[in-house]
Design a protein around this ligand. Structure first.
Ligand SMILES: Nc1ncnc2c1ncn2[C@@H]1O[C@H](COP(=O)(O)OP(=O)(O)OP(=O)(O)O)[C@@H](O)[C@H]1O
Ligand SMILES: [Mg+2]
Length: 393
């Protein structure tokens, strides 16, 4: 075996393109995943997530660019030469082998004398030692998933790649496994690259989230920072929901851009905007918007609207309202008031928000998942469920 497996350091993907014919599945991708971090690659179906992982694993070679761990260039090397293991969505366990033998398979093939001992250590880590002598068919989905993780960890990789490993599990088990995987990652201190199209999963698990679209990274950073300040319309609605409105920047007022929207004005902090002149999409998160019967005074930005739907969800109430342009906005209000305002569809209302919470993204070529969606239909794993873009479709 070559010395590659000992490579240590950050994972670097350097200007990598993968073409299939004249289609670029991955398009000039550059990113650094710091050693020991939990990194999530988040994006819609077909955006190039699996292709990226397969290149890191050595199952595909880049058309252009390089992949390194620390100072070691892995480009061109074989999968078994790399200090990388993958857990796939289909666990692909050997049905005729016991759990212990499934996990010991890799070390045995490498000729490790203590293969069974290594397997038992890995099973401890995923808290399955009591099921070591069962066959995969005698396990639940979540247990099989842990065996698959143990089978990858037993090889002591530098980087563990997880390609939608929780996709086959029901929601409750999925949440449990998210916590488990995070625990394991913290315990072993490996670099984890977790691929998912579930934004909530990415945000709860990862130190850093990269949002991928059409083979490129649109935005990358800590989950809370990305939620607070998305830099494209796509990210604004793929990571959580956003109310977006089209306007034109007409002036500057201190730290704020003045934006004309159908004859009325809203303000956006210039530091929170990716565009400083011309057309803009301003955005505000649903929980930052308050709803009133009468026009409030002195609260900053406001906008008239008509109630479309009211859904009581226990901790919060979600209002869907129609604004002047015809677009639908979503407002979440925590149920704090002793006497909540009693609104019904058709009521005329005012929405207001602190201008400091608004953000601005480019209006040109803006790509926004279509909405609106009712609270009862909104699931965290459905990225197509953002509210509509005001006047922009
Ligand atoms: N071997 C191949 N030949 C041709 N096109 C391919 C090949 N592998 C992938 N593609 C295309 O590259 C694009 C990216 O595929 P990829 O599997 O990386 O997507 P993904 O982000 O993992 O999507 P999903 O969430 O559905 O798994 C898709 O359009 C896919 O059809
Ligand atoms: Mg995939």
């Amino acid at each position: 075996m070559s010395g590659f497996r000992a490579a240590k350091g950050d994972l670097e993907i350097e200007s990598v393109t993968k073409s299939f014919g004249d289609f670029n599945a991955v398009d000039d991708l550059t990113l650094v995943v710091p050693r020991g971090s939990f990194f999530a690659l988040l994006g819609p179906s077909g955006c190039g997530k699996t292709t990226t992982l397969r290149m890191v694993a050595g199952l595909e070679q880049p058309t252009l660019g390089r992949i390194l761990i620390g100072d070691t260039d892995l480009t061109g090397s074989r999968p078994y030469e790399r200090p990388v293991n993958t857990v796939f969505q289909s666990y692909a366990l050997f049905p005729h082998l016991t759990v212990r033998d499934n996990v010991a398979f890799g070390p045995k093939r490498r000729g490790a004398k203590n293969a069974l001992q290594l397997a038992d250590e890995a099973l401890d880590l995923v808290q399955l030692p009591h099921l070591a002598s069962r066959k995969p068919a005698q396990l639940s989905g979540g247990q099989q998933q842990r065996v698959a993780v143990a089978r990858a960890l037993v090889n002591r990789p530098e980087v563990l790649l997880l390609d939608e490993p929780l996709g086959a599990l029901d929601l409750k088990l999925r949440r449990q496994m998210q916590v488990e995987l995070k625990r394991i990652q913290t315990e072993v201190g490996l670099t984890f690259i977790h691929v998912t199209h579930d934004q909530e999963e990415a945000m709860t698990m990862a130190d850093t989230v990269a949002v991928m679209n059409h083979g490129r990274i649109e935005q990358m950073g800590p989950p809370a920072a990305m939620y607070d300040l998305p830099v494209t319309a796509f990210v604004a609605n793929f990571v959580g929901q956003s109310n977006l409105g089209r306007g034109r920047i007409t002036d500057r007022d201190g730290d704020f851009l003045v934006v004309d929207v159908h004859g009325s004005t809203v303000k956006v902090p210039h530091r929170r905007s990716q565009v400083q002149s011309g057309d803009i999409l301003f955005g505000v998160r649903p929980e930052k918007v308050r709803i009133y019967r009468d026009r409030p005074t002195g609260v900053g930005n406001d906008m008239a609207a008509t109630v479309l739907d009211v859904s009581f969800t226990g901790v919060a109430t979600q209002y869907l309202v129609t604004v002047a342009s015809g677009a639908t906005w979503s407002v979440y209000e925590q149920n704090l008031d002793v006497e909540p305002i009693d609104l019904k569809p058709g009521d005329r209302v005012w929405m207001s928000w602190d201008p400091g919470h608004a953000f601005g993204v480019p209006a040109e070529n803006a790509e926004v998942p279509k909405g609106p969606v009712l609270a009862s239909e909104a699931t965290s794993s459905d990225p197509s469920s953002g509210p509509a873009l005001q006047d922009a479709q």
